[in-house]
Design a protein around this ligand. Sequence first.
Ligand code: NAD
Ligand code: LMR
Length: 332
Amino acid sequence: MAKDAVRVLVTGAAGQIGYALVPMVARGVMLGPDQPVILHMLDIEPAAEALNGVKMELIDAAFPLLKDVIATTDVVEACAGVNIAVMVGGFPRKEGMERKDVMSKNVSIYKAQASALEKHAAENCKVLVVANPANTNALILKEFAPSIPEKNITCLTRLDHNRALGQISERLDIQVSDVKNVIIWGNHSSTQYPDVSHATVTSSSGEKSVRELVADDKWLKTEFITTVQQRGAAIIKARKLSSALSAASAACDHIRDWVLGTPKGTWVSMGVYSDGSYGIPPGLIYSFPVTCEKGEWSIVKGLKIDEFSRAKMDATANELMEEKSLAYSCLN
Ligand code: NAD
Ligand code: LMR
């Protein structure tokens, strides 16, 4: 029997990421090839005509899984009954800006949209915040939507996770699908800590650690980390626009693994509400290694943390605490 359609909200749907993301959702990349979807697309009034153009293209693409499309500038209509909410709406940073610089514009959007989601989304709606500053926007959304369970509010660091996999595969000249269990700790910003201490490569001769195969600890502790931390800025410099196709693809990966589960023995990185694991203060949305099963994520526990990692994990937590107070000062 055909499955019931899942309602997927994409905010900022007339923007660059939205334009890359909605066809992926409609093709089953996010929720699977047998899962019908209804797309709810929200944007603001100045983008209403462009948003309608995206709707026209979705109709023209005749996606078999796409059962309906709602394109609206009304946040209540957009949120009504949604099961998945991908929050992309906001303003991207331009060359020379840090993610913090887009803070004041974007956090107020997340405060406003929190109550619409709380009141109108389906029960147990899963929320993914993509717009920057992603961790802090997600935290504001959580704090202003107290009836949404904290487990349901996450932010995107899967793009950074995928970037780390990509850098290791390039360095070792191997398939990216053979690398797993990198970790992004902390903030989706230049203080994030891409960690390969527990990452492995699978080959015909079994599983080997990335550290052993790369055999250049200096590179892993310097250039590898800064390349991943600065990749967003490098894309902005090259394209004069921030990453879009890779961000959309990572958003699909994030939701797919959350809903359908992570493969056995594999973890992924998600920005989630800290429960104090690894000494990270509760009250922050922080990126941790997680596994997912039956629609629930769990932080991978018990990984050994050396002194180098500890310092980097704390530095990015400190930045998130500063961002949190800056966000509240912007809202006041
Ligand atoms: P964009 O400017 O192309 O699109 C953003 C869209 O949001 C625009 O259409 C705009 O009209 C809309 N918007 C603005 N305010 C809104 C509101 N209140 N409600 C609904 N829609 C609203 O930007 P983009 O390149 O698509 O990037 C979107 C966001 O995602 C930016 O904040 C960017 O920095 C961030 N981003 C995050 C990641 C990540 O990995 N977390 C990666 C790339 C980009
Ligand atoms: C990215 O990582 O590509 C995005 O967050 C855009 C940015 O501002 O870096």
